[in-house]
Ligand binder design. Structure first.
Ligand code: URA
Length: 262
């Protein structure tokens, strides 16, 4: 049984009601609350809705329909909490719009990665489905993002993410407070590279598994802000600006196409 919220019931964590979403069925999910306004205004005329914990929300008009832009904060737990509440408010399509570190030589800073699946190196998704259940993206949403990136000639790659609960040990970074990475995680960067995974980030696996467990749809697009074959560091702000211009462009065009077709 689907447990939808009453029209004016405010969800505890996201601070939103069905009434406030005005029938929106699509949500863009950046991690960073500071990215929400920019993203909302990039897709259409937009208005501020709420700011509650890590969940900042704006509502935009796209092709005569409402689209929610809501930050999730970092990592699986806050993604799952956001999805639980947004699903109850009627959101059916979730598109993560984030940043990532590439682990392949041919994937450059500023490029865009569209993930069609994710390694479940998180803890949260195991609360929704057994660990041998796959974390896969919705094909229609993913194809819309990939075709759009192709059409706009934006440097992009489609493939598997490694979604880790931690930025340092889980992504085999040694520039941490102690410099220590436990035995189980040492050598994993090389292994994911060898297996052809494209990138590290912290939310996609949880998003894919939870959306699938709900019978809903999810996709993920990220801008590359760290290139792990060269450095453990995150690149300077101009790289983020380039990546962000590119993913905004792809998401905006893809959304217009998807909503025009509905
Ligand atoms: N986000 C991550 O989780 N890792 C990176 O390297 C960059 C962004």
């Amino acid at each position: 049984m689907k447990n939808y919220a009453e029209q004016n019931e405010i969800m505890y964590h996201v601070g939103l009601s069905r009434e406030m979403l005005q029938g929106a069925e699509y949500a863009l999910l950046p991690g960073d609350p500071g990215r929400v306004e920019m993203l909302a205004k990039a897709i259409g005329p937009a208005q501020f809705l709420a700011a509650h914990r890590e969940y900042t929300s704006w509502l935009a008009d796209v092709e005569g329909k409402k689209v929610l832009v809501c930050s999730t904060g970092m990592g699986g737990p806050s993604v799952a909490i956001g999805l639980e509440e947004l699903a109850r408010l009627g959101i059916k399509n979730f598109i993560r719009v984030g940043t990532t570190g590439s682990i392949q030589e041919h994937v450059n800073l500023g490029d865009v990665i569209i993930n069609n699946a994710a390694v479940r190196l998180d803890g949260t998704s195991a609360h929704y489905a057994p660990v041998n259940f796959p974390a896969v993206a919705d094909l229609k949403l993913t194809n819309a993002l990939a075709y759009t990136a192709e059409e706009l000639e934006i440097p992009h790659h489609v493939g598997i993410s490694v979604s880790s609960d931690t930025f340092w040990p889980g992504q085999e970074r040694y520039d941490s407070f102690t410099g220590y990475v436990c035995n189980a995680l040492r050598g994993t960067l090389k292994e994911w590279q060898q297996l052809g995974a494209l990138n590290y980030e912290m939310e996609t696996a949880t998003l894919f598994v939870v959306a699938q467990a709900f019978g809903l749809h999810a996709a993920s697009i990220c801008g590359v802000v760290a290139k792990r074959t060269e450095s453990e560091s995150v690149a300077p702000p101009d790289v983020y600006a380039l990546a962000s211009e590119r993913f905004c462009n792809v998401v905006s065009h893809a959304l217009h196409v998807l909503l025009r077709e509905e």
